[in-house]
Write a protein that binds this ligand. Structure first.
Ligand SMILES: [Zn+2]
Length: 70
């Protein structure tokens, strides 16, 4: 049995807002509705956050470090 191998990274996650720049609103917005997507490129992996603008409901993006925890 390898019960010790169970990861607990999901536990204790707080709802935190990230700052995005919304192209539609043309201003910075705070969104706590976002998900991380990892893109594979020639130079390696890049992580991108895709969020929902709380003002206009459009999608907002920003690049983060590949080891971003969120
Ligand atoms: Zn917006």
């Amino acid at each position: 049995m390898t019960s010790a191998a169970i990861m607990t990274s999901v536990v204790g996650r707080e709802t935190m807002a990230e700052e995005f720049y919304c192209m539609k609103c043309r201003k910075k917005v705070q969104s706590d509705k976002f998900e991380k997507k990892t893109l594979k490129t020639k130079t390696g992996e890049r992580a991108q956050l895709v969020g929902i603008c709380p003002v206009c409901g459009g999608k907002v993006y920003k690049f983060v470090k590949a080891d971003f925890k969120g």
